[in-house]
Design a protein. Structure first.
Length: 121
């Protein structure tokens, strides 16, 4: 089946839910997914260039460790995790989150399917 957009998939699935399952199970990459993935990459670059340094300084200066009596610095791994979570949250807010969720589910499903088919064989 040819899927042209996420709206097309949702509309078709109103009459037949198996269409969403076919989309998730298919390992094809569709044009609308490629466009969305390009937007995500562009957004990541924009985020890194314009916000990452500012947010890193903010999280370094205003974290729970600085406000405690011990005045410790936040660890680098924790800081990176917070920044990555912030990026993911921003992506979902500013991009088409429904499509992002579908793409992630599809990718996760396909990877699991591939992993378990190797174990079974």
């Amino acid at each position: 089946m040819n899927f042209t957009s996420i709206d097309n998939i949702i509309k078709l699935s109103e009459s037949n839910f198996d269409i969403i399952l076919q989309y998730i199970e298919s390992n094809n990459i569709y044009n609308f997914e490629i466009e969305q993935l390009k937007k995500i990459e562009e957004f990541k670059i924009y985020f890194d260039e314009n916000y990452r340094c500012k947010k890193k300084k903010f999280y370094e200066n205003f974290n729970i460790y600085n406000s405690s009596k011990y005045k410790k610095n936040i660890s680098e791994w924790m800081l990176n995790r917070i920044l990555n979570m912030d990026l993911e949250d921003s992506i979902e807010k500013f991009l088409n989150s429904n499509l992002l969720i579908f793409i992630k589910k599809k990718d996760n499903y396909y990877n699991l399917k591939k992993k378990y088919s190797i174990i079974i064989i």
